[in-house]
Design a protein around this ligand. Structure first.
Ligand SMILES: Cc1cc2nc3c(=O)[nH]c(=O)nc-3n(C[C@H](O)[C@H](O)[C@H](O)COP(=O)(O)OP(=O)(O)OC[C@H]3O[C@@H](n4cnc5c(N)ncnc54)[C@H](O)[C@@H]3O)c2cc1C
Length: 257
């Protein structure tokens, strides 16, 4: 099986997010593998271990994403590919990312491509389906189970808490949902081995792409933090007085009844 994983380096949303100059301030923030992509990497490794083949993890980003690629290699992936666009593009959106990934993948004869369901920062959930559309292969999103028998594939996907069973065939793109597996932590031998695994770096030129071919189709006009929540209020006194006060507040202050 020739398996590719689409991996995004994201800032840790456990971090306190601030905005400076109309952009999310990344200074001092911790960066991680997008958590949904960890499920994708784990699934790819398990399939490779049971069916043979190779796992290549691909990211579009800048040099700093090498760290997350090495982590994926330490988990057990075989190869990493960084498509470095930092000095080449000023703006980028989902179209840009998907177009670059599809251009890279188009002659790789991938049997299976696994991405995350959504990136925890950008959060559009567009990249996987866009890549599949560009490659003209089927795709199934938010999967929680994947079984491969020859070229036949049976998938369970999460539909807002319910499950849907889908049958399809390779080559295929899927996006991983929480519950697909339990991603492993890189082991110490895994970390040592990862240092020697291949990590290729490509630029747009290597993919025969010009800046115009991948120009963003959207423009971010404004980014802002949600309004701060007001402090809660605890009602006191006997129960009937509290109920009376609550109804009064809902009616006159919140104006919801
Ligand atoms: C140098 C640089 C500059 C950027 N500038 C801008 C900008 O100006 N405006 C802007 O809006 N965005 C910018 N981005 C973000 C970029 O456009 C996003 O990576 C892209 O839009 C993905 O959208 P999303 O975060 O909604 O991902 P989603 O579609 O939610 O991600 C779903 C899945 O797609 C895959 N995926 C997503 N992104 C990548 C990736 N980069 N590489 C590999 N797999 C991926 C992963 O499997 C992920 O789990 C920039 C990114 C880089 C690296």
């Amino acid at each position: 099986m020739n398996i590719f994983v689409l991996m995004k380096r994201t800032f840790d949303t456990e971090e306190r997010i601030s905005i400076a100059g109309g952009k999310i301030n990344e200074d001092g923030a911790e960066f991680i593998i997008n958590p949904y992509d960890e499920y994708a990497i784990e699934e790819a490794i398990q399939i490779r271990d049971s069916k043979g083949g190779e796992v290549t993890v691909v990211t579009v980003g800048n040099e700093e994403a090498e760290k997350q690629l090495r982590t994926a290699l330490a988990m057990g992936a075989d190869k990493g590919v960084l498509i470095n666009i930092e000095d080449e593009l000023e703006d980028s959106d989902q179209y840009t990312t998907a177009k670059i990934l599809a251009e890279y993948l188009k002659d790789k004869e991938a049997d299976l491509i696994i991405g995350g369901n959504v990136a925890i920062d950008g959060g559009s959930g567009q990249v996987g389906p866009r890549v599949a559309e560009l490659l003209q292969i089927p795709y199934v999103t938010t999967i929680t189970k994947l079984e491969i028998d020859g070229s036949e594939v049976t998938i369970v996907r999460d539909v807002e808490g319910d499950s849907e069973v889908i049958q399809t065939s390779l080559p295929l793109l899927v996006t991983a949902q929480q519950g697909l597996n339990e991603p492993r932590y890189p082991s110490l031998p895994g970390i040592m081995k990862a240092k020697k695994k291949p990590l290729d770096e490509l630029e747009l030129d290597d993919l025969d792409l010009e800046e115009d071919d991948v120009e963003a189709k959207t423009k971010t006009i404004e980014i802002f933090l949600p309004a701060e929540k007001e402090a809660g209020r605890v009602l006191e006194g006997d129960l009937s007085a509290q109920v009376k006060e609550l109804v009064d507040l809902l009616h006159n202050e919140a104006k919801v009844v």
